[in-house]
Every structure is written in structure tokens, then in C-alpha cells.
Design a protein around this ligand. Structure first.
Ligand code: PXP
Length: 256
């Protein structure tokens, strides 16, 4: 049986446009312009992470970037931790997608997937997903997780309350940059893919990916969506945001 054809989607995470703005407390660069340029150049979705410490994206950004995605009729993916204050904002904003992530104030960036093997975390994530499903029936929910078997087993019981998982690709991306063997990662991602598909969920990837490290994942043809941020904004320093997004999107679409 041949696998169904998937056209991978590119979600551009524009958090680091806001990082640059917040570093000087200025009103530029504009996240609204960044979102518009990414969507004009073919991005399938805009991703933003409203962190508890508001180190980059601010509450007003969520609203203003949401207006841009609406105008382009493209999804807004709100990454967020499970804290009460952020949940209230998500309930008011009604994003197209919510991606639940772990959040720790000391970390430089999200350092791994949700530890749903921990009972307390599992119960909290389940309760938050059920609440969103009840109050925001049109919003789809994704969980940012690792791809090990124990985590996948926990996903099985969460599946009725979610729509997708996003696999944390940070370790894969680091190994790619270090020139290490990637076969174990790819094997695990493929095994996880079969499990996730049996549950009827979408299969996304994100964290640490670059225009080069995404290629072996594209070749594996298993992920439906890639959320990429830091590398795009870093590369934009040299090539311009529009050109980076256009070229990356063209690359991704070659693997339809
Ligand atoms: N996906 C998730 C769930 C994330 O937390 C992040 C980082 O905010 C990304 C994707 C994008 O990661 P990067 O900026 O390393 O490309």
C-alpha cells in the first residue's frame, strides 16, 4: 500500500522578531510586518509563543498578529504553557491552533517536550485540553512532546482531546549540526509516526531546525508540518525575511 501523499506545511515562528524589538524596548521591528511578509512569501501558518515572562511576544502582539493571519486566511498557532493566566488569554483570542509546551522561566528556549510521563503533568495537560475542547470547539490542539515509546503510550489516552502532536526535534537538529549519526532519530520518528497515525492525529515537527537539517526529515516524508523560527530570523539578517521564507517554503513543497 502506498502512503497517502502529504504536502508539508511551513509554520514560521516569529518570536525572535519580537526578541529584537524587546532588546531595545523600541516599537520596531514590527511583528505585524513580519507575519505579513511570511504569509506573502508562502508560509502556511504563523506561530507565536506567549511566554509567561513576556520576553518576546506581548499580549497585544497576539491580537495584532491574529488580525494578519485572519486577513490571509491562514492559521495562527499559539504556543503556550499551561498556566492559568495564559489560558485565559487563549480563551479570549480563540487561535486556530494551540500548541501546549512546557515552560520554565530559567530556560533560554523550550528545552524539550511536555513530560506527560509525569502523572501530575499528564493530568494537568488532560484537564487543559478538555477545557479548550469544550470552550473553543473550533481551535485545534497540538502537544509538543518527545517521540519515545512511553510518551507515545500516554498520547494514546490523550488522543480524544487533541488533534496533533508536534515532535521536539531539538536533539536531532543538534546532532545534524555536529555531524552525528541521525539514523536512530529517524527510526524513532518513523515508529512514532505509525503510532500517531493509528490514533488519527496530525504529525508535526519543530525546534532547532534549519534549512539544511530539515532536509532528512522532508526526505522521510512523515511530518505534515514544520514550525521553524530561530534559524529563519537569523538567516533573514543576511538574506531578508521574505527571501528566506520563500526559499524554505519552495524547498519544503518539493517534498509533496
Ligand atoms: N515548535 C515549538 C513547540 C517551539 O517551542 C519552538 C520554539 O519556540 C519552535 C517550534 C521553533 O523553534 P526554533 O525557533 O528553534 O526554530
Amino acid at each position: 500500500m502506498t502512503a497517502p501523499k502529504i504536502t508539508p506545511r511551513l509554520g514560521v515562528n516569529i518570536d525572535h522578531v519580537a526578541t529584537l524589538r524587546q532588546a531595545r524596548g523600541e516599537l520596531y521591528p514590527s511583528v505585524v510586518d513580519a507575519a505579513r511578509i511570511c504569509l506573502e512569501q508562502g508560509a502556511d501558518q504563523i506561530t507565536i509563543h506567549l511566554r509567561e515572562d513576556r520576553r518576546h511576544i506581548q499580549d497585544t502582539d497576539v491580537e495584532s498578529v491574529g488580525l494578519v493571519t485572519k486577513k490571509f486566511e491562514k492559521p495562527l498557532n499559539l504556543e503556550m504553557g499551561c498556566s492559568d493566566g495564559i489560558i485565559e488569554i487563549a480563551l479570549a483570542v480563540v487561535p486556530d491552533w494551540i500548541c501546549l509546551v512546557p515552560e520554565n522561566r530559567q530556560e533560554r528556549t523550550t528545552e524539550g517536550g511536555l513530560n506527560i510521563k509525569n502523572e501530575a503533568t499528564y493530568q494537568r495537560v488532560l484537564a487543559v485540553c478538555q477545557r479548550f475542547k469544550k470552550i473553543l470547539p473550533t481551535t485545534r490542539i497540538s502537544l509538543f512532546v518527545e517521540s519515545d515509546q512511553d510518551t507515545l503510550d500516554r498520547i494514546t489516552s490523550l488522543a480524544p482531546s487533541i488533534d496533533a502532536v508536534e515532535i521536539h526535534t531539538g536533539h536531532f537538529a543538534r546532532d545534524f549540526i555536529s555531524g552525528n549519526d541521525l539514523r536512530d532519530h529517524l527510526k524513532q520518528y518513523k515508529t512514532a509516526h505509525e503510532h500517531i497515525k493509528r490514533l488519527g492525529l496530525s504529525y508535526h515537527a519543530g525546534h532547532g531546525l534549519t534549512g539544511e537539517s530539515v532536509v532528512p526529515l522532508l526526505e522521510a516524508k512523515i511530518f505534515e508540518e514544520y514550525n521553524i523560527g530561530h534559524w529563519i530570523i537569523a538567516e533573514a539578517v543576511f538574506k531578508g525575511l521574505g527571501a528566506v521564507v520563500r526559499d524554505l517554503n519552495n524547498l519544503i513543497k518539493q517534498y509533496s
